[in-house]
Design a protein around this ligand. Sequence first.
Ligand code: GLY
Length: 412
Amino acid sequence: MTCVVLVGNGGREHALAWRLARSASCTRLIATGAHPSWPDAVEPIAGDPLAIAREFRAGLVVVGPESPLAAGLADRLLAAEIPCFGPTAAAARLESSKAFTKEVLAAAGIPTAAALVVERGDPAGWARARARCARGEVVLKADGLAAGKGVVVCATGAEALEALEDMHRFGGAADTLVLEDRLTGPEVSVFALCDGERAVALPSAQDHKRLREGDQGPNTGGMGAVAPCPLVSGDQLDAILDQVHRPVLVEMARRGTPFRGVLYAGLMLTPDGLRVLEFNVRFGDPECQPLMLLWDEDIVPWLMGCAVGRLPDGKPQFRSGAAACVVVAAEGYPDAPVLGTQIPDGGPVEEGVLFVAGARRSGDGLVVSGGRVLGPTAWGADLATARARATAAAQRWAFPGAQIRRDIGAGG
Ligand code: GLY
């Protein structure tokens, strides 16, 4: 029986709270962030997660976003002997430093795009970066955390040279740059729960990062996601973990910084086989929303198993069928979201949940307060049914100026 403290208050954390509230072994659920639609079971208590965990004798702290992990929240909790779902700062470098990730991938022999790593202050490195950009077909990445925006995909040399000069807008996160060969192929997200030694697969998922239908328009934090992804069968998942996640665990343990938490591998299925594009050290947003809807048992023993370095035997249980999340984004997102718009009630989501991200409560209703506003998420016996239900809900909840994609999950 566990008191759980949840850190974070976006759409991903709404989905985590929804699942935790249904977990028999979660006897008390405290959230450190405010949210307009926390489940009734959640007690919102603002403050430092460590102080709250101490005061309420929490048995587990679940950290949703990457920033507190990169800043050492798990280290502080572990020093106080409070189990934390989410890695230490040293292990979170798999997300907080793209150059470090490249180093780990090379050391572990995991397939990834060829890359050049340069320091912005080094004239010789800068000259190499310019020469690489001039050849085009390159992906520029800020080394550090940049709120999911530090990656620029360039086709031509002119585009790449301009983007290179513009990387300073990411501030210190772009003091080091990673320039990768641009690859082609569909992208999939493969998540594994990790206890430092063992990795257990969750259903595959697919995010849709471009703003507009047909994968057009600027990159976003994600306009919708489905799980499982039809491009990765259940049988392939374990082979992917053998090729990617398990060698990472061995390499991180060898370095004395074992990885505990959920390791999210962003993969591209290229004509030459899979390549790792990036790692994240937390659940994806919006991939977490369909995963939590599919999860079909008490989640706490699994998150606790990661935290204490001893995952339960076997595999977590998920509903059959599929789930889809269709994001309702604000007018002007991603560059300049228009805030303050009233959101008319769109009614219940058939076989699903209205997860809320960038909205606040005003009277009885909701008002836009962020870029990705709502994430109606629905289950179906097959993907077509799940996506039809989620898309219908997104259309009903679309407020004036809202942007949605009606092709989430249609490509597979
Ligand atoms: N879905 C993309 C991310 O969470 O980073």
